[in-house]
Structures are given as structure tokens and as C-alpha cells.
Write a new protein. Structure first.
Length: 287
């Protein structure tokens, strides 16, 4: 196994593989960062080409796509018949372009996204999303499982990057909604710790609706068995009014209402909440 990129994450990956008993070869632009790993038995390649040639599988983890392109620029035939697993963060277009780059060199390619911090690597908490060659994933799954919970998403190389940003959108959606509530309750002297058990209850209840709503999105039919978009829009107006009267930021509630209003104008007032998906599947409009 070869690791290219020995920053905070690359060193964690390398350390985890060494701890699991694998022989590894490493390469980093700044060779000094390999010192601790060499003391643990890793081998240092004197060039990126010899690093790739040393192993059937190369894992890359550098800053971004541009750094990756620069690091791998000298590599050509060395990748032929080998597997490249790229765990550098990037977008889906970069992943698909990198897959073409690897295929032109005869390599199998898996693109990945690490949903964890370096100290979690090697534990089940470190979810590592992967997409690309099914055969390559199945052949090397035991090694990838050693880095964390290796989760294969499908043959489209862009999927790991897309799940990565979708997951971040979910995270910021919940965090921003929680902060809106913290600000509202704060005006009544309720501190965040007191409010938060109720916020968690609301978030968990909402998450429970998602599987049923996903069926509506997938079928394209939005029967309002619970509440109509018109009812939601009325409650959103109340949230905006309350925020403004209390001197709390109302930008997030106004965004919610703008999206709902557009769907209502488009004739969806009596449909259920996930009918709003059509506001998300279109490119942004000028506000
Ligand atoms: N750290 C995290 O918590 C975390 C979590 C999830 C995902 N990730 C992802 O993991 C990747 C690495 O993150 P990190 O935390 O390890 O970053 P880092 O500590 O800043 O390390 C960056 C690495 O990229 C190398 N590099 C940068 N530009 C290069 C170039 N032009 N040519 C060759 N090598 C170059 C650096 O080499 P030098 O040592 O020579 O500078 C170093 O090995 C990123 O894509 C990041 O988004 C990180």
C-alpha cells in the first residue's frame, strides 16, 4: 500500500495502516513529515513515481484537486493495472475528471470522501464514502475497512463527493435552524442548554418524516396527509413576524417563506411539504 500526502489526514491514514500490520510506502512533497512513520516501519519513496510503482494500491490525500494534479503530474505508466484511491476532498466533476485521468493511465479508480477527523481514522466512527469501480472496492474492501467504515455508493465516480456535500447541507440546515431557536428563546432569558432538549425532540420528530416524504419525491405525487404548503407558509409568516418583533435575524425564515411562496404561486398550495423539491432542483434565481 502506498500513501501520497502526509498532512494531518494522510499521516492518520498511514498510521492506521501500519497499526493494522500493513507494509506501506509513503511519499510527501515535504519529506520531513514522514519521519514518525519511518520510525514505525514505513518506507519512504524518493519520487512520486517510485511511490506508485511500489504497491498495487495507492491512496492519495492532499489539500485539493489542484494539489493532487500537481503531485501526480509526473505519473504515467506506473499506474497501469494498479488501483488509485483518492481521498482528497473535491467536487463531483473533479472526481469524474480524475477517474478519466486514471483510466487513461490504465488504472482502476475509487474516489472517496472522509467524513471524520484524523483522530477517528481506524475506528468505526470514521465513515469513508467511496464510489467508482465495484470490483476494485470488493477486492480491497478489507484494507479500506481498516481505515474506518468504508461505505461504497456505486459506480458513478461523482457519488462520494455528492453525498459529502449533501451531508454537509443536512448538518448546516439543522445547525442554523437550532441557532434561530436559540436566538428566539434567548430574548426570553432561556439559555441554549435549557432550550436544546426541545430542539432535539423537534429535530428527531422531523427526521422521522423523511422516509415517507422521500417516497413522495420519488413518485412525484405530494398528497397532503399531514399539512398543506399553504398551512406551512402561514406558520412561516408567524416565525418571520416573531423574529422581527424581537429583533432577531429573520433572514433564514424569509428564505423558507420565499421558497414556499414560489411553490404556492406555481399552484402547489394544497400539496405537502416535499413538493418544494421543485424549488431545489432548479438553479438559483436572482433575488
Ligand atoms: N483534517 C481533517 O479533519 C479532514 C477531514 C475530512 C477530510 N479531509 C480532507 O483530507 C485532505 C487532506 O487534509 P489534511 O487535513 O491532511 O490537510 P493538511 O494537513 O493541510 O495536508 C495537506 C497535504 O497536501 C499536500 N500538498 C498540498 N499541496 C500540494 C502540492 N501542490 N503538491 C504535493 N502535495 C501537496 C501537503 O504536502 P506538504 O506537507 O508538502 O505541504 C500535505 O501532505 C483534504 O482534501 C481535506 O479536505 C481532512
Amino acid at each position: 500500500m502506498t500513501i501520497i500526502g502526509l498532512g494531518l489526514m494522510g499521516r492518520a491514514l498511514a498510521d492506521s495502516l501500519l497499526t493494522a500490520g500493513h507494509q506501506i510506502t509513503v511519499w510527501n512533497r515535504t519529506a520531513a513529515k514522514a519521519e514518525d512513520l519511518l520510525a514505525q516501519g514505513a518506507l519512504l519513496a524518493d519520487s512520486v513515481n517510485s511511490a506508485v510503482s511500489a504497491s498495487p494500491v495507492t491512496i492519495t490525500c492532499v489539500t485539493d484537486d489542484q494539489s493532487l494534479r500537481q503531485a501526480l503530474a509526473p505519473v504515467h505508466d506506473e499506474l497501469d493495472g494498479r488501483l488509485l484511491v483518492n481521498l482528497t476532498s473535491g467536487d463531483s466533476a473533479q472526481a469524474r475528471a480524475m477517474a478519466r485521468w486514471a483510466e487513461q493511465r490504465g488504472a482502476h479508480y475509487l474516489d472517496g470522501a472522509i467524513m471524520a477527523v484524523p483522530p477517528a481514522i481506524g475506528t468505526p466512527e470514521a465513515v469513508i464514502l467511496l464510489s467508482g469501480s465495484t470490483t476494485a472496492f470488493e477486492t480491497h474492501q478489507s484494507i479500506l475497512d481498516g481505515l474506518g467504515t468504508a461505505t461504497f455508493l456505486g459506480e458513478d465516480h461523482g457519488l462520494a463527493a455528492l453525498y459529502d456535500v449533501a451531508g454537509l447541507s443536512m448538518m448546516w440546515g439543522v445547525l442554523n435552524a437550532w441557532l434561530q431557536g436559540v436566538a428566539l428563546l434567548g430574548t426570553a432569558g432561556v439559555d441554549a442548554s435549557t432550550y436544546t432538549p426541545f430542539a432535539v425532540q423537534m429535530a428527531e420528530g422531523t427526521v422521522g418524516w423523511l422516509a415517507g416524504y422521500a417516497d413522495q419525491v420519488d413518485s412525484g405525487a405530494y398528497p397532503a396527509d399531514d399539512a398543506t404548503l399553504a398551512t406551512h407558509a402561514g406558520a412561516m409568516a408567524h416565525l418571520i413576524q416573531e423574529s422581527e418583533r424581537l429583533g432577531v435575524n429573520a433572514e433564514l425564515p424569509k428564505l423558507f417563506k420565499a421558497l414556499a411562496d414560489r411553490a404556492i404561486t406555481a399552484g402547489q398550495a394544497e400539496e405537502s411539504y416535499p413538493a418544494l423539491v421543485e424549488q431545489f432542483t432548479q438553479a438559483s434565481r436572482a433575488s
